[in-house]
Design a protein around this ligand. Structure first.
Ligand code: DUC
Ligand code: ZN
Ligand code: ZN
Ligand code: ZN
Length: 484
């Protein structure tokens, strides 16, 4: 059964033009005028864009004594409802657990996915097993991105020597290092002091994670990545302090990318001072929301290209789950939703305000992500041969965001009451019409795993220092970092 999308304007990261799109077998097979097919999708008045890719989600993740409430069923349905056709989730070994063992758990959870997906692998501890299994993860499983938590002391956090050893291993494998960049030692100390002084409410969360803890960790990660010779992707860049470090590194020729979240672009720290405990706690995430100057910095980064992608860090908890932190902000599960709202919110606050062009919108919601993560042009493109992951975007369609009507399994929405203009009329996942005139017709299990092979070595930044004559460093567990 062939399908054709007719009468729309194709918008990709580099081009805007009128043409029909012919789909067969889940792929785009022809682009041009007057194409015919078995069924027709009317895109009159709409933009035909690559479906969004959210490079940062946590679906059904064990975290802070509970599990995030959206799983691969509700999470990927929410994604499709908002025009996102691929998510990249984090496979998270518990400390001591093997990478391949953790991957099995994520393989099982993801069988329910309604749209395509991939995984990043988290490195939550370091040892011979992790070192060895990394090769299989990269070469056999097609996962080329490994995340390191510089925060969550006593749980997920890795030390600098572990991070350095891991980064060198990734450099050998041609993979990319990801970091959650916050100084976990400082956060732990500030948190303890705040609690001791009686600051137990959600605003304590924001006070315990000032922009400096993020700026410091981002700078440190950039320097360690440079010494190891590995490209670096900084997740949830939320402030100027971190953005500045990324900007500088990029100017120096280093392969460093920054990922602001839609939440940090559109919500600010005043949310934590709301007198309603539930309101504030529902918005507790790490890093926390910042002030207007930091928001302006993030928008400027997207405009100038110093920041590359917009994600959600979708990690949704119900109000009941959040309430485990009543009386102690350090026990509020960290995370907010956003999968369904990222595209409409970014369009409304970015494109409709003139801050981003439509092509830049496509770049930061799909094409750049696909390029960095190495699944372009299968994803992130409207090209012959690309997967038919397409959103038919109606710039005139409006709604008010409300938890009552959302797909996500939680009982509130951090964007509650926001008016958005610009929504999917149709969303196609590998040719299957999952959103039809705004109505959701997703299919459980339709989603497939997307392999992302390593890109290979990158050329060295001209200005970067490399300790060529120094002895090869040894990881904390005594593993020679050279990999032999
Ligand atoms: N931050 C969150 O808010 N939740 C999940 C993990 C993270 O880093
Ligand atoms: Zn994180
Ligand atoms: Zn995250
Ligand atoms: Zn189908």
């Amino acid at each position: 059964m062939t399908k054709v999308i007719k009468n729309g304007t194709i918008v990709t990261h580099d081009l805007t033009y009128k043409a029909d799109v012919l789909i067969d077998g889940g792929r785009i097979v022809e682009i041009g005028p007057d194409l015919k097919a078995d069924t027709q999708i009317d895109a009159t008045g709409c933009y035909v864009m690559p479906g969004g890719i959210d490079p940062h989600t946590h679906l059904e993740m064990p975290f802070m004594g509970t599990y995030s409430a959206d799983d691969f069923d509700s999470g990927t349905r929410a994604a499709l409802a908002g025009g996102t056709t691929m998510v990249v989730d984090f496979a998270l070994p518990s400390p001591g657990q093997g990478l391949l063992d953790a991957l099995k758990m994520w393989d099982n959870k993801s069988t329910r996915a309604h749209c395509d997906y991939s995984f990043h692998m988290a490195v939550t501890w370091w040892g011979q097993q992790v070192f060895d299994e990394m090769e299989t993860v990269v070469k056999e499983r097609g996962i080329n991105t490994f995340k390191h938590f510089m925060a969550y002391k006593g749980a997920l956090m890795v030390q600098d020597d572990e991070m350095y050893a891991s980064f060198q291993r990734l450099a050998e494998l041609g993979a990319i290092a990801l970091v959650h960049a916050e100084n976990g030692d400082v956060v732990a100390d500030l948190s303890a002091k705040l609690l001791a002084e009686g600051n137990t409410g959600p605003e304590g969360h924001a006070y315990s994670r000032p922009p400096q803890v993020e700026g410091e960790a981002t700078n440190r990660a950039i320097m360690i990545a440079d010494m190891a010779g590995v490209p670096l992707y900084v997740v949830h860049t939320s402030c100027e302090d971190s953005h500045e470090a990324i900007r500088r590194a990029r100017q120096q020729g280093k392969r460093v990318w920054g990922e602001p979240l839609i939440q940090h672009l559109t919500l600010d720290e005043s949310e934590y001072f709301n007198k309603d405990w539930d309101h504030a706690a529902r918005r507790v995430m790490s890093p926390p929301f910042r002030n207007k100057q930091h928001q302006d910095s993030l928008w400027a980064g997207l405009q100038s290209g110093s920041l590359s992608v917009v994600a959600t860090d979708h990690c949704a908890f119900t109000t009941a789950q959040k309430r485990t932190g009543l009386g102690d902000f350090t026990k509020i599960p960290n995370g907010t939703g956003g999968l369904e709202d990222r595209m409409p919110m970014l369009w409304t606050h970015g494109v409709a305000t003139g801050r981003l062009t439509m092509n830049e919108f496509v770049a930061v919601t799909s094409a750049n992500i696909a390029k960095i993560l190495n699944c372009y042009p299968r994803k992130g493109a409207i090209r012959v041969g690309s997967d038919a992951d397409i959103v038919v975007w109606d710039p005139e369609k409006e709604k008010t965001i409300t938890a009552d009507k959302q797909v996500s399994a939680i009982d509130y929405n951090v964007f509650e009451g926001q008016q958005v203009k610009g929504l999917p009329r149709f969303t196609l996942t590998r040719g299957h019409v999952a959103v039809h005139d705004g109505e959701l017709r997703a299919e459980e299990g339709h989603g497939q795993f997307v392999k992302r092979p390593p890109k290979g070595a990158v050329s060295k930044a001209l200005s970067s220092y490399k300790a060529i004559t120094a002895p090869r460093p040894v990881g904390r567990s005594g593993i020679p970092a050279s990999g032999v």
